[in-house]
Design a protein around this ligand. Sequence first.
Ligand code: XMP
Length: 314
Amino acid sequence: MFDPEKFVREEVEKLRERLKGKAIIACSGGVDSSVAAVLAKKAIGKDLIAVFVDTGLLRKGEPERVKKSLEKLGLNLKFVDAKDEFLSALKGVTDPEEKRKVIGEKFIRIFERVAKQEGAKYLIQGTIAPDWIESGGGLRDRIKSHHNVGGLPEDFDLEIVEPLRDIYKDEVRKVAKLFGIEAEERQPFPGPGLAVRIIGEITKEKLDVVREANAIMEEEIEKACEKGMERPWQYFAVLLPVKTVGVHGDVRNYGYVIALRAVDSIDGMSASYSKIPHTVLDRISIRITNTLGEKVNRVVYDVTNKPPGTIEFE
Ligand code: XMP
């Protein structure tokens, strides 16, 4: 039987022995990295620097929300505004895997930079057992998937420390509870964020459009769930790389198409599209075109299962 208090006692002791100097941890606001951060903080106090990177690819209000929740944990937080850096690295990139690669590399370089500024020698990660078991093991071969790094560069010289690598999600949740971390049940959000929800090239304008459309969709689904609709496993908006003709006011205009995606699934491996009531889709569509009317004049709903479709469009 897993005993969270014993786990914390032992892990803090191990970390205290192992960490001889400053460490950084990349925090996403998710439960794994938050638990790993609190453990490390208990071991080395202010020598732990929690790094949150605002990539500009996050959902509406997310940077502020994450910042607040990390501060509440009393972490020594370093907030990195890397919005312009990510946008310029992604300029001209259209291939989905290339986007992931560029984003992964950018993350690594940012962590390295922060570590250097802070004089840190260690990178702590919230990797849990299924993360590395599923990926075939190999510590240095991978960095936790939410940062989507295919592999670490040869010259990466931070020592990686993974205090949660032997435990599972339900056990992490027990430790989270002990630490008072609200394990809010967030829907999965891909590491590359909105970058894979803009098909084709990413621009600031498209990011703002898809971010707003996504926020509207989330709000309307939330309202519908409060009234009894079953919550889809994952739901989001995607900006398609085509423009179509519409009317805005009395004038014809040429605008983007937003695709809505909502799926029911157990683990993301297979999925069926959610049979959301038309009344809910209607509200989402009207709000999106009212709010983004000059830029978006068409909203469509994806009725594809996985397989043959994937959940994300990229
Ligand atoms: P697909 O699109 O492959 O998605 O059917 C299955 C689940 O994985 C998420 N996903 C990702 N998560 N980095 C992530 O951390 C990624 O590059 C990535 N691509 C897809 C997707 O949101 C869904 O939950």
